[in-house]
Design a protein around this ligand. Structure first.
Ligand code: DOR
Ligand code: ZN
Length: 436
């Protein structure tokens, strides 16, 4: 497919912002044509005609990358499959996702990694970068064969869903990750301090009569990961930052040169523990929604660069599972379809520039994965066309995931993906049935 994206504003952070055309051929970016440059310069050269994509009043961005999703396959296909998760991804504007290892079986062996990649290939929608487990079975006892996992196609290491309590193993994981070029994504939780907790420890938990999870559950382990990164000199990436104390610790660590990066998710900068009253188990996730001062701190961390990445922690669960009651229901909310529409609000309100948002949703996640990206001739044509104009309320009609567990229904959206292009193929166009 040959495509010319015309009339849009190109936003490729750190490289170019302004009007221009993107020409795509053979799955790659063939040219970035600035206004006034002669067409002949790029030599259409006959053959198949270009499909023209009209991007007027839209933003042409490098493809969005979600560094933290749960695709559930193998093992939990009633919640999500790799195909349904990838459909949710591209409909939300994501050209790639990094999927966590807490499947059944766990992605702790090369055959599981290969299975995930085969399924993703077959779905033919988003790119999938599998995170392999740090420890066998996510049990925190024995390290996996990370060299074999890397050879099979693993892109990161994480025991996400479970904390890795043994600091000696985490130290080794950081060293091995640095050696093999696999970022270690740390799910920071002290399981002893969290034990029995259902939601944030605070007035709402007290009012609802359920056990709470204090902020220190997270920040204790964030501070440990920072200490281990300093000890080893190896990088570490902190998943789903939810507390003011974590933000402060990461900010201070970065200021003294520690190789720490961090992500948060839309629920942490938009919602507080109050949402649990309204949405019950659909506002239950781990780490839990915190208080207003934490929400503010996460936003400040996004604004000043302490938090590098907006990910979703897309964690689908079946309706019956979420209906089990607040205490019994599993943790997690979906997020692939709503992350961009909600995060564009940060630009509308002036907290982030559009460049900063695209950095946090595309450039930085790729950098953490050790991959390049951008609208550069010769690179694979992974692009997201963003329409920042539509204002609408989030409805279930937006959801392509197999699951529906979201606290965002009814919230204000500030734009959406108009089209998603992976390797030069249009895999999603707003208003059209996605092609598989
Ligand atoms: O809310 C969460 N859901 N947090 C996790 O760490 C795991 C995830 C899941 O797998 O459902
Ligand atoms: Zn996690």
């Amino acid at each position: 497919m040959k495509i010319r994206i015309v009339g849009g504003t190109i936003v490729d952070p750190g490289r170019y912002k302004g009007p221009g055309e993107v020409w795509i051929e053979g799955g790659r970016i063939a040219a970035l044509r600035h206004p006034g440059e002669p067409e002949a310069h790029f030599g259409e050269g006959g053959g198949e005609p270009y499909r023209i994509l009209d991007a007027r009043q839209k933003i042409v961005a490098p493809g969005l990358v979600d560094l933290h999703v749960h695709l559930r396959e193998p093992g939990f296909e009633h919640k999500e499959t790799i195909a349904s998760g990838c459909l949710a991804a591209v409909s939300g504007g994501f050209t790639a996702v990094c999927c966590m290892a807490n499947t059944k079986p766990v992605n702790d062996a090369p055959e599981v990694t290969r299975f995930i990649l085969e399924r993703a290939e077959r779905a033919g929608l988003a790119r999938v970068y599998p995170a392999a487990a740090v420890t066998r079975g996510l049990e925190g006892r024995e390290l996996c064969d990370h060299a074999a996992l890397k050879a099979a196609g693993a892109a990161a290491l994480s025991d996400d869903g479970r904390p890795l309590v043994d600091s000696r193993l985490m130290r080794r994981a950081l060293e091995i990750g640095a050696e093999w070029g696999l970022p270690v994504i740390a799910h920071c939780e002290d399981p002893y301090l969290a034990a029995g907790g259902v939601m944030n420890e605070g007035p709402t938990a007290a009012a609802l009569g359920v056990p709470g999870i204090p902020n220190a559950c997270e920040s204790i382990m964030v501070m440990r990961e920072i200490a281990l990164s300093e000890l080893t000199g190896a990088p570490v990436h902190i998943a789903h930052v939810s507390t003011a104390e974590s933000v402060a610790a990461i900010r201070a660590a970065k200021a003294r040169g520690v190789r720490v990066t961090a992500e948060t998710a839309p629920h942490y900068f938009l919602l507080t523990e109050e949402a649990v009253r309204l949405h019950g188990a659909n506002a239950k996730m781990n780490p839990p929604l915190r208080r207003e001062r934490d929400r503010r701190a996460v936003r400040e961390g996004l604004a000043d660069g302490t938090i590098d990445v907006i990910a979703t922690d897309h964690a689908p669960h079946a309706p019956a599972e979420k209906e089990a009651g607040l205490a019994e229901a599993p943790n997690g909310v979906i997020g692939l379809e709503t992350a961009l529409p909600l995060s564009l609000g940060l630009v509308a309100e002036g907290l982030l520039t559009i460049e900063a948002l695209i950095e946090k949703m595309s450039i930085n996640p790729l950098r953490i994965l050790g991959k390049g990206g951008g609208i550069i001739p010769g690179l694979p044509a992974d692009l997201t066309i963003i329409d920042p104009r539509p204002r609408f309320a989030i409805t279930a009609g937006l959801i392509r995931s197999k699951s529906r567990n979201t606290p965002f229904l009814g919230m204000q959206a500030w734009g959406r993906a108009a089209a998603t292009i992976v390797a030069g193929r249009i895999v999603y166009e707003h208003g059209e049935t996605p092609r598989g």
